[in-house]
Design a protein around this ligand. Structure first.
Ligand code: PEP
Ligand code: MG
Length: 540
């Protein structure tokens, strides 16, 4: 048995087989092969499998989303017979190297050669080649399309995982995530939290663990590889105790969120995927306080269309009925990159072009999302909010777009509701202009994750700052207090949707400040409800 330590970013115990995911291993291992014929047959089979997968995926998307075919023809043609395929085959034969290495090298060469050409067709061709290369290498190295092998759920181990990769995975097959890179408030950790699985970061992962049995202890940040019988027994018992605790908590599913002294608060859920809707309901959330809409934009080859966005929002609105659903407009950039957007590389992505900044640069994309939300508004109780605001100028610009959207819907006699428009306060700039923002907005939502990193001027993704990253720094607390007070003075509601909202020690703090709602990962709702119901603020 080997024991490794990292940092647990979400509690829980997972026991299962480890799958090592190589998606981010830049250096595909190169080795010499003697039987080139055999290697070419492997390649041919992988291409055949990739085509079948694409066809299957396409069928599913059509059925579920009504989306038209992806770039199927291009992909299939590229896989069947193209200079890309011939270059790979020729490299295998002439240099006697493994085909995965030949694919990676050919792709890199093509990308470098065409990188400087500013031609939409060439760009999309290179994108397709990149995408297909990753798939082919995945198949050759036995990583299935949804990136999880076999039928059974796995502990996914990887050097680095991007939110886009997590979004694409079959989340029911994930028991836990273990990575080298990452941070507790990176979006990969947040996504994992939303699906209620333990996460370890800072573990020096090893591809040799692939196929081994593992135990992940998210409480103390430990990973056991090939655990002995005693350790397995101890952890199976712990898992059972966790399940019993959960069954106890479930009794609070329909209970009210009110303290012993009668202070009320709404406990809402943060979600990042349609699949999370089940856990919103099963954990008895009063609504959705943050729908991170990025999942519709990541892990694909092109912008989502308005109709596709609309169908998803309609489904969420219908599922939640009268319960509140706050949809945040898309917050791309920084650690959430969609390759088709071609956002230029930045020296300092955490301070870069992200969130509302990108949306106001790409108004067509932004308008499509706002229209989709307004069209879906008649099916439930939707609100909309905007991330990464720093100025009144941005707010004016957004309000103008919203009124144009509403006007154009009215002109076409497309029904919509006049839904609340909120602003996220997650930059110090927004906090400092809160009196003006609160006047304009229908509600304010505190994004404590970004607010903390920007107040501290510390990149939340930087592992070197992990120990210095003080989430409860007095500067952060004072700034939040200021925002909450000014928002209430303007007669508006304030909700908190960053990770601080779910911290047991922070719940009394927020309640004493009269915060109207706390929004958190669905799995945190019932423990928070228990904490709220046990509080007596008069005794604090
Ligand atoms: C936040 O910054 O606190 C927030 C809720 O937004 P995200 O974590 O999605 O950046
Ligand atoms: Mg944020």
């Amino acid at each position: 048995m080997d024991v490794y330590h990292g940092m647990g970013t979400f509690p829980g115990i997972a026991i299962g087989k480890i799958q090592y995911y190589r998606g981010y291993d830049q250096n595909i291992r190169k080795y010499t092969i003697t039987d080139t014929e055999k290697e070419l047959v492997r390649f041919q089979k992988a291409r055949k499998k990739a085509i079948e997968e694409l066809q299957e995926w396409n069928r599913k998307e059509q059925a579920e989303l009504g989306r038209g075919p992806r770039q199927m023809e291009t992909y299939i043609q590229l896989l069947e017979n193209s200079s890309f395929i011939r270059a790979i085959e020729s490299m295998v034969v002439s240099e006697k190297v493994n085909v995965s290495y030949a694919i990676a090298t050919t792709k890199d060469e093509l990308s470098t050669t065409f990188a400087k050409l500013d031609d939409a067709y060439v760009k999309s061709r290179v994108e397709s080649i990149r995408y297909l290369s990753e798939r082919l290498i995945g198949i050759l190295d036995s990583i299935s399309k949804d990136r999880i092998q076999g039928e059974d759920p796995v502990i996914l181990v990887s050097r680095e995982l991007s939110p886009a990769h997590v979004v694409e995975m079959d989340q029911k097959k994930l028991l836990a995530i273990v990575t080298k890179q990452g941070s507790p408030i990176s979006h990969t950790s947040i996504l994992a939290k939303t699906i209620n699985i333990p996460v370890l970061i800072g573990v020096s992962v090893d591809a040799e663990w692939d196929g081994c049995t593992g135990i992940v202890d998210g409480y103390n940040g430990t990973l056991y590889v090939e655990p002995d019988e005693d350790t397995l027994r101890v952890y199976r018992d712990k898992q059972q105790r966790d399940q019993k605790k959960q069954a106890e908590l479930l009794k609070l599913r329909d209970a009210k969120d009110v303290t012993k002294d009668g202070t009320k608060v709404e406990l809402l859920a943060n979600i990042a995927n349609l699949e999370d809707l089940d856990s919103v309901l099963s954990n008895g959330a009063s609504g959705i306080g943050l729908l991170r809409s990025e999942f519709q934009y990541l892990g694909r080859e092109n912008y989502p269309r308005e109709g596709e966005l609309y169908r998803v929002y309609r489904q969420v609105a219908q599922t939640m009925g009268d319960r509140k659903v706050v949809i945040r407009t898309v917050d791309l950039g920084a650690d959430k990159q969609a390759s088709y957007m071609d956002l230029p590389q930045e020296l300092n992505p955490a301070m870069g072009n992200r969130g509302i900044r990108v949306c106001l640069d790409r108004k067509k994309m932004f308008r499509a999302q706002i229209r989709a939300i307004y069209r879906a508004s008649i099916y439930g109780n939707l609100s909309i909010m905007y991330p990464m605001i720093t100025s009144m100028r941005e707010v004016e610009e957004i309000w103008k777009i919203v009124s144009e959207v509403k006007e154009s819907l009215s002109q076409r006699e497309i029904p919509y509701k006049d839904i609340p428009n909120g602003i996220m306060v997650e930059t110090p700039a927004a906090a400092m202009i809160i009196p003006e923002l609160a006047q304009k907005a229908d509600f304010i939502s505190l994004g404590t994750n970004d607010l903390t990193q920007y107040v501290l001027a510390m990149d939340a993704q930087n592992p070197q700052l992990e120990k210095k990253f003080d989430r409860h720094h007095p500067a952060v607390l004072r700034m939040m207090e200021m925002v909450i007070k000014a928002t209430h003075e303007a007669g508006k509601k304030v909700l908190v949707c960053g990770e601080l909202a779910a911290e047991k020690a922070m719940i009394p703090y927020f309640l004493k400040l009269n915060v109207d709602a706390l929004s958190m990962a669905p799995a945190c709702i019932l423990p928070a409800r228990k904490a709220v119901r046990n509080l007596d603020l008069t005794k604090m």
